[in-house]
Write a protein that binds this ligand. Structure first.
Ligand SMILES: [Zn+2]
Length: 445
């Protein structure tokens, strides 16, 4: 053995208990009783009350590089991720320039990311109008699946698709057995509402992105998934109204899954201050009752996972002077905070460490076909682990986060759960505030 990591609260797929995890060549060689190790290698002991969990998998991260590296970048993103207990992230195909919508652009992205990452990184490709012929080559080259938008994405390089575009792309995706992940808001219900309040008032912004836009988009995707047999995943579900549609479709055999994000599970619209554009994202953070509906969707398993949708920008683009919710960039920074935000809310509602591992590790790994390597503490898996203290509270100081741009709505929030150590393939990459100097993250292609 190279290393044994042991603790009193080790979260396994089917149990939680005192175990010793034996690591050889970066892989979990065996999981044994707590006292069962030969003493012939390095031993790392978690504190009595700490939890040992699989390294987190975050399948929704906008790294924005190349092209908008000043928004984030692979070095800063993966450093923040490692400090937050995340050992695998999947980069979104937009906000970088070029967007990852062609094979050539994907190669550019790989060149940019290689050698810079503290954790393992995979990539989504994009479906945009007219790029159907690029899908097979991109999949062959290693993207994990494809994202599309049903409304304008916010950047010109990544055009949204109409139903006609989807009717062209979805048969090809079905043929390739590739997953289509969808920003599910439709333009119709957004275009036809014209809220009249002040643009620096959060309620005005919320009124401009009605639940109907999401609900109808989910209905459309259920219909198309059923028609073409394409596997579909709804990203950042905010409207809890759509959960019933998803539940019925799944019961009926439609291959559709869904994620939600920490901000929809933590914040509520009623408490967002005027001009606080750091809370802006699309779809928006909704009302308190909606938040509880999303938790119910997780509990019943209709919502499969919680991923960050980390989508940063330079501070200036949040327009803090004017506080104009309509003109400010939409996107919330939270890559480093996913574990404590979700745990803070989950423990209040009586959920377990195993629920947490299902939502933050196992199901995201399965979404991108990494479940044989990532997301579980199991023999043969990469020794990607996080040791964290589920009792310790802290106050978020945005300036101390490793995200390149420090603006986040979590500033000043009191959260529970502190990441102590992160291991990537058996190597300690983060230890009580210190990051390893070398970038040993692999490209998952
Ligand atoms: Zn996103």
């Amino acid at each position: 053995m190279d290393l044994v990591i042991r603790g009193r609260n080790v979260v396994l797929p089917d149990a939680i208990g005192a175990r010793s995890i034996h690591v050889r060549d970066g892989v979990i060689a065996s999981v044994r009783d707590y006292d069962d190790f030969d003493g012939d290698c390095e031993l790392i002991e978690a504190e009595e009350n700490s939890v040992v969990m699989p390294g987190l998998v975050d399948t929704h991260v906008h790294v924005n590089s190349p092209g908008r590296t000043e928004w984030e970048g692979f070095q800063s993103a993966t450093a923040a991720a490692a400090a937050g207990g995340t050992t695998t992230l999947i980069d979104m195909p937009l906000n970088s320039i070029p967007a990852t919508t062609t094979l050539a652009a994907f190669r550019t992205k790989l060149d940019e990311a290689s050698g810079k990452c503290f954790i393992d990184v995979g990539f989504w490709g994009g479906v945009v109008p007219g790029n159907t012929r690029e899908l097979a080559p991109m999949l062959e080259a290693g993207v994990v699946g494809f994202k599309c938008f049903l409304v304008p994405s916010g950047v010109d390089e990544f055009q949204h698709v109409t139903e006609d575009d989807l009717r062209e792309a979805m048969p090809e995706l079905a043929r390739l057995d590739a997953l289509l992940i969808v920003h599910a808001e439709l333009p119709g219900p957004i275009d036809c509402c014209s809220p009249t309040g002040s643009s620096s008032d959060y309620q005005t912004f919320l009124d401009s992105r009605p639940r109907a836009a999401e609900n109808e988009a989910v209905e459309l995707m259920v219909r198309l998934s059923r028609e073409f047999g394409t596997r579909v995943h709804i990203v950042h579900l905010s409207s809890s109204d759509a959960i019933g549609t998803l539940r019925e479709a799944r019961a009926d055999g439609v291959a559709i899954s869904a994620e939600t994000c920490p901000h929809y599970l933590h914040f509520v619209a009623e408490d967002v201050p005027s001009r606080a554009t750091e809370f802006k994202c699309c779809p928006p953070i909704r009302e308190r009752a909606n938040r509880e509906g999303l938790w119910d969707g997780l509990a019943e398993g209709t919502i499969d996972m919680i991923v960050s949708d980390h989508s940063p920008c330079p501070v200036e683009m949040k327009l803090r002077e004017s506080g104009d919710f309509f003109a400010a960039w939409g996107g919330i920074s939270s890559l480093q905070l996913r574990l404590p935000v979700v745990w803070t809310e989950a423990q209040r509602r009586g959920y377990s460490f195993q629920d947490l591992a299902t939502w933050l590790c196992q199901n995201p790994a399965r979404q991108v076909n990494l479940e044989s390597r990532k997301g579980s503490i199991a023999v043969g898996h990469d020794a990607d682990l996080v040791i964290w203290d589920p009792h310790r509270e802290f106050t978020v100081k945005a300036a101390a986060l490793r995200h390149r741009n420090k603006i986040t709505p979590y500033e000043g929030e009191q959260l529970t759960g502190v990441v102590q150590k992160t291991f990537l393939r058996g190597k300690k990459i983060y230890d009580d505030g210190q990051l390893t100097p070398q970038s040993m993250g692999l490209m998952l292609v």
